[in-house]
Design a binder for this molecule. Structure first.
Ligand SMILES: Cc1ncc(COP(=O)(O)O)c(C=O)c1O
Length: 377
């Protein structure tokens, strides 16, 4: 048989999914593996959200819906984006996708023509590079400042006449860093000067610890050239619902909608009613989960201090991003094989020498994991 797609052959499988699968296999074989490799809140979805979805199912909301999402959800998102993110937004500037992942992918498809370059800031979430490649673009990696994980003016060196897109992520997976105003200003200036579009992935926006999240799209003149992506997975513990969204100019959203019309059509109809309940219902559930993450964060960072390991800012998300001696892939394998603790190696984020530890696990499991890591160190 002739070879399959050369485009897909060039794409690495998702390292985080692979590690988690390996840990699952070890668990299935009877080993007590602690999985700190996955980016998923360990809390159940709040009941009022689940109830709204069940009600929708019982009402018979089981048919096709409008392609960009049900009107009630588009309005709720537009309202949230205006009020919380200070980005002017009307419902026709919103599109709901199957998770933020789907929205970012569609954004890359909508913006990039073959050969266009997309700048990705490292350490970077594992899927940005494949999205750009699948869309026919060329990923151009650029390191964040290693001292503070912020953008500096070296970013300009990566801009060429082929650059079309910059992808930012704040708070960051894996580093937990929150991009400050100076970083966002630098990105905005480069976008204005070189007529670039930015994707701002803000999926961890609600999980911050002492620092304030700021949206790139709220900066002067940036609303029309930013695709702000967010979703329900992390803030409302809704990873399995596959619900996320993008907000941008009508033109960009229109292009993204063409991709969506011919691929997924729209996210699951009854799931979208859960999304409405999430945004319009009580928000205390977010604070309850955030404050629990904050306690775990303090414990894990204290444990890192005790072990003499240094780490990235950890101002947001639910990851401790830790510097290790030697080859990070080998260190992660050793922790899995000898300590039965699954973590993710920095190489997966195009950033060797680091390890990402998710603290989205119970305090009891984290305590046991820290003991085990300490013993193999
Ligand atoms: C930085 C980042 N963006 C996007 C996503 C995707 O989220 P969703 O579940 O909404 O597709 C993740 C999930 O891990 C993430 O870490």
């Amino acid at each position: 048989m002739r070879p399959l797609s050369t485009k897909i052959a060039a794409i690495a499988p998702s390292a985080t999914i692979e590690i988690t699968e390996k840990a699952r296999k070890m668990q299935a074989a009877g080993m007590d593996v602690i999985s700190l490799s996955i980016g998923e809140p360990d809390f159940p979805t709040p009941e009022h959200i689940t109830d709204a979805c069940i009600d929708a199912l019982r009402r018979g909301e089981t048919h096709y819906a409008p392609g960009k999402g049900i009107p009630a959800l588009l309005s709720a998102i537009a309202e949230k984006i205006e009020q919380e993110n200070n980005i002017p937004c009307t419902p026709d500037q919103v599109m709901v996708g199957c998770g933020a992942k789907d929205s970012i992918y569609e954004a890359c498809e909508a913006v990039l023509s073959p050969g266009d370059e997309a700048i990705i800031l490292d350490p970077s979430w594992v899927s940005y590079e494949p999205f750009v490649q699948i869309a026919g673009g060329v990923p151009v990696h650029h390191p964040l400042n290693p001292k503070n994980f912020q953008v500096d003016d070296t970013l300009l060196e990566k801009v060429t006449n082929k650059t079309r897109l910059v992808i930012i992520n704040t708070p960051s997976n894996p580093s937990g860093a929150i991009l400050n105003r100076e970083s966002l200003d630098l990105v905005a200036d480069i976008c204005h000067d070189h007529d670039l579009i930015a994707i701002s992935d803000e999926i961890y926006e609600k999980l911050t610890y002492g620092k304030t999240h700021l949206s790139l799209g709220s900066l002067p003149g940036m609303a029309e050239r930013t695709i702000t992506v967010n979703g329900f997975s992390k803030a409302y513990a809704m990873t399995g619902w596959r619900l996320g969204y993008a907000v941008s100019s009508k033109e960009i959203i229109g292009y993204m909608n063409r991709v969506q019309q011919h691929t997924i059509s729209h996210p699951t109809t009854f799931a979208m009613y859960g999304g409405v309940a999430a945004l319009k219902g009580p928000q205390q559930c977010i604070e309850d989960m955030r404050s629990e993450f904050e306690k775990r964060r303090a414990f894990v960072l204290r444990s890192m201090d005790d072990m003499g390991l240094s780490y990235a800012p950890a101002d947001g998300a639910f990851y401790a991003y830790v510097r290790v001696n030697g080859n990070d892939t080998e260190v992660a394998s050793r922790w899995l094989e000898e300590a039965h603790v699954a973590v993710t190696h920095g190489t997966a984020f195009n950033h060797p020498g680091w390890i990402r530890i998710s603290y989205a696990a119970s305090m009891e499991r984290l305590e046991e994991a820290m003991k085990r890591i300490s013993s193999v160190l």
